[in-house]
Design a protein around this ligand. Structure first.
Ligand SMILES: [Fe+2]
Ligand SMILES: [Fe+2]
Length: 146
């Protein structure tokens, strides 16, 4: 994704935005799978494997997103990165509880999913909208279309 982001044509045709949305869907789907697995009584080993997948997806996505923000000169990248760190911390606490077999009292997969949705709504949508409309290249493209 980091290499693709540097190819302006991919941004211009919407491929970068589509890839970001696909990464979000992958994280949401993994958290939904976690919820279903918990409800069906999956073992701590299986639940831990699912949590590892969630963490892998989140770490890769957050790192890529932060790099993209830095490369684009997005002003609020550090605040955004702090919320990524908060989310990862919550997920790691949940993973530790799951791997210790504490699946019923301490973990609610829907809460984790809601935390992710809240981050997307409160941080990602604003950042990506600003970057889509705020780059010099976009302004040049808009001017050229008039
Ligand atoms: Fe994101
Ligand atoms: Fe984000």
């Amino acid at each position: 994704m980091d290499q693709a982001r540097g190819i302006q044509a991919l941004s211009d045709c919407g491929a970068i935005q589509a890839a970001l949305e696909t990464e979000h869907e992958a994280i949401e789907n993994a958290l939904t799978v976690l919820g279903h697995a918990m409800l069906s009584g999956a073992s701590p080993k299986v639940l831990t494997q699912i949590m590892d997948m969630v963490l892998d997806f989140c770490e890769a996505h957050f790192q890529s997103e932060e790099q993209g923000f830095r490369d684009s000169g997005y002003a609020d990248v550090e605040l955004h990165a702090c919320d990524h760190a908060r989310l990862l911390s919550e997920l790691r606490v949940a993973r530790a509880a799951i791997s210790a077999g504490q699946t019923d009292a301490t973990i609610d997969a829907s809460v984790l999913l809601n935390c992710f949705h809240d981050h997307v709504a409160s941080f990602d949508e604003i950042a990506h909208a600003q970057l889509r409309g705020g780059t010099e290249h976009d302004r040049e493209n808009l001017a050229a279309m008039r």
